[in-house]
Design a protein around this ligand. Structure first.
Ligand SMILES: [Zn+2]
Length: 316
């Protein structure tokens, strides 16, 4: 944009000087003094910027496609060695545009015959960067679609990829987020030489509605997770009361063998659970459960306030 404005000012000054020169020739000094003080000299109009852009593009094309323009201006076809021969280039005034077979199309003229821009030229990079900024650093395909509405930049996918990879804003936005280092694994998960389900975590899930004779009733799932090898065992609890839980544990031990340590969930992960589950938990007789566990030589560790559940179960 700054290049366009600079060129626009240069063109405007040149135009003004030419006008003064012609006036001087006519020896009309009075008119000259009046016009030099007009407000139009102090600011750029939209037309000035368009003229500047046109002049820049003409300069770039004349510099990069000299042979092609001279050939086309004599109504000859472009040489076979030219790298834009496949584009079927045509001269539209001073500008070199893509030819093609879309003349009868209802598309906008710039879209049908985009302006050809050279590969790796500084002006091509400036145009690409300006469109990228105007699009608020959007993705690669969006940028490609927008640039092809007006320009045909040779080898544009590579140029776009290079631009985005060097753009500071895009790199900052696509940078990987920081990750927190996980805590050490608890001893229960890394103690070897123990049979499966020697140390387990246990949790409730549900309820599920089941059909019992002619009525519907609720049942709860109980999941036991082996802390060392991650195997699971599922049981069904009739209700959420203490005796039901002890029955579930008895069935589990009868099926999987003696358990050394059980780490049940202690409520914080039930915060989002249903009110029914929470109220039922408060009715548990913890002492009764603990006594039942001690009779079976099981270490019942209920207080896990400071141990994250993800550490115990390996989730998250
Ligand atoms: Zn960017």
């Amino acid at each position: 944009m700054s290049l366009k404005r600079s060129v626009a000012w240069i063109l405007k000054v040149r135009k003004e000087l030419l006008k003064r020169f012609n006036k001087k020739k006519q020896d009309d000094r009075v008119t000259l003094v009046k016009e030099s003080g007009s407000k139009d000299c102090n600011r750029l109009s939209l037309q000035d910027l368009k003229d500047a852009e046109h002049s820049i593009l003409v300069f770039v094309q004349r510099h990069e496609f000299t042979d092609e323009i001279s050939t086309l201006s004599t109504n000859q076809t472009v040489k076979a060695t030219s790298n834009i021969r496949k584009l079927d280039p045509v001269l539209d005034g001073d500008l070199l545009r893509v030819g093609g077979r879309l003349i009868e199309s209802k598309m906008p003229e710039n879209c049908k015959h985009p302006i050809i821009l050279p590969k790796g030229h500084h002006v091509s990079k400036l145009i690409l960067r300006q469109i990228h900024i105007d699009l608020q650093h959007s993705g690669r395909n969006h940028l490609l679609a927008r640039i092809r509405e007006n320009y045909w930049l040779i080898n544009v996918p590579s140029a776009v990829r290079k631009l985005i990879s060097k753009c500071v804003v895009c790199r900052r936005l696509s940078a990987p987020v920081g990750e927190q280092k996980m805590a050490h694994l608890p001893p229960d998960r890394i103690t070897p030489d123990k049979p499966p389900f020697s140390r387990v975590g246990v949790d409730y899930f549900g309820p599920f509605e089941v059909k019992q004779r002619r009525c519907r009733t609720k049942r709860y799932g109980v999941i036991f997770t082996c802390l060392s090898n991650r195997a699971i065992h599922l049981e069904v609890a009739v209700s959420l009361d203490t005796s039901s839980y002890i029955n579930v544990l008895r069935r589990f031990i009868a099926r999987r063998g003696q358990v050394e340590k059980i780490r049940p969930d202690n409520g914080p992960n039930f915060i989002g659970a249903k009110c029914e589950l929470k109220s039922a938990l408060s009715e548990w007789n913890l002492n009764q459960i603990e006594n039942a566990m001690l009779q079976k030589k099981i270490d019942w560790q209920f207080n896990l306030w400071r141990v994250r559940i993800s550490e115990v179960y390996g989730r998250g």
